[in-house]
Design a protein around this ligand. Structure first.
Ligand SMILES: NC(=O)c1ccc[n+]([C@@H]2O[C@H](COP(=O)([O-])OP(=O)(O)OC[C@H]3O[C@@H](n4cnc5c(N)ncnc54)[C@H](O)[C@@H]3O)[C@@H](O)[C@H]2O)c1
Length: 267
């Protein structure tokens, strides 16, 4: 595959140096998929802004990446707070030559049954997962419209946003927030038609990250056993797909929702 690409030279490939000189802002970067994505971008030479509400995690993993020689910034942000998002973008404006890529991973998962979910619960889930994602996208678009080369945005949705969540590991509010994220991505893609900004969603299937640290191994085994690939996803699987969506190899992928789910959503 690589040889054919090298010989032809007529199409972009996901090459090793494709992110050198590029920047990325990643929310939810102190754990799981966001952290693996930060590691992946750093390993490909990108300048990385890791944003999360978890200050201790940012400190720990920011230091880890810097010690490997990566250009890494850390910014504490609560994506459910507009002022906090604005400050994170102010930081990017002040410290990056330009913002090329934005990846929204920050989210909370909840698993309540229907009569356990009150209005405050729904507000909290939507504030973080849907509004928090939208207002990060809004900040990204604002910067990228001024960038002659545009930019790439990837929003992490979920298989639960497509087929629902039944309360076992993801509830109605969570699934609705992710369905909203998918719709939001498509809507923004329509509005940005003709601009140089690509926006796409990623639908991970069940992934063994700290998000599921409260789930015991036997339930994880059951979840894995129900997947056609007979294993849960790894944060690295998602980071690889996110890198693809941000790369020139995905230059015609637009307003899409990429399923990386071990086959959980055949459709
Ligand atoms: N793990 C899965 O099975 C799975 C499946 C489908 C989709 N997803 C989605 O993938 C994304 C990444 O999930 P993960 O598994 O890596 O989870 P994770 O819990 O490991 O990481 C989520 C990160 O988001 C941060 N965060 C939460 N609320 C925040 C807020 N208000 N402001 C800023 N940061 C905040 C957390 O501190 C954490 O570092 C999420 O959007 C999640 O909904 C996960």
């Amino acid at each position: 595959m690589k040889d054919a690409a090298t010989m032809s030279g007529t199409y972009a490939t996901f090459s090793d140096d494709s992110f050198a000189g590029r920047s990325v802002l990643i929310t939810g970067a102190a754990s799981g998929m966001g952290l693996e994505t930060a590691r992946a971008f750093a390993s490909k030479g990108a300048e990385v802004v890791m944003a999360d509400r978890d200050e201790a995690g940012l400190k720990r993993y920011g230091a880890e990446l810097r010690s490997g020689g990566a250009a890494v910034h850390t910014v504490t942000v609560d994506v459910s707070d507009q002022e906090s998002i604005d400050k994170a973008f102010d930081y990017c404006d002040a410290n990056l030559a330009r913002l090329d890529n934005v990846v929204t991973c920050a989210a909370i998962i909840t698993a309540k049954r229907i009569f356990e979910q009150d209005r405050a619960h729904w507000h909290r889930v939507l504030d973080v997962n849907l509004l928090g994602t939208f207002f990060v996208v809004q900040g990204a678009v604002k910067r990228m419209l001024d960038n002659p080369d545009g930019g790439n945005i990837v929003c992490i949705a979920s298989d639960a946003g497509v087929h629902g969540g039944g309360g076992l590991i993801a509830d109605t509010a969570y699934a609705a927030s992710k369905a909203g994220t998918l719709s939001m991505v498509k809507s923004v893609a329509r509005e940005l038609a003709g601009k140089k900004i690509r926006i796409n969603a990623l639908n991970p299937g069940p992934t063994d990250s700290p998000m599921h640290s409260h789930i015991d191994q036997s339930l994880k085994d059951r979840i894995a056993g129900n997947l056609p690939m007979r294993r849960m996803g790894r944060p690295e699987d998602m980071a690889a797909a996110i890198m693809f969506l941000c790369s020139d190899a995905a230059s015609f992928t637009y307003g899409a929702a990429l399923d990386v789910d071990g086959g959980s959503m055949f459709r």
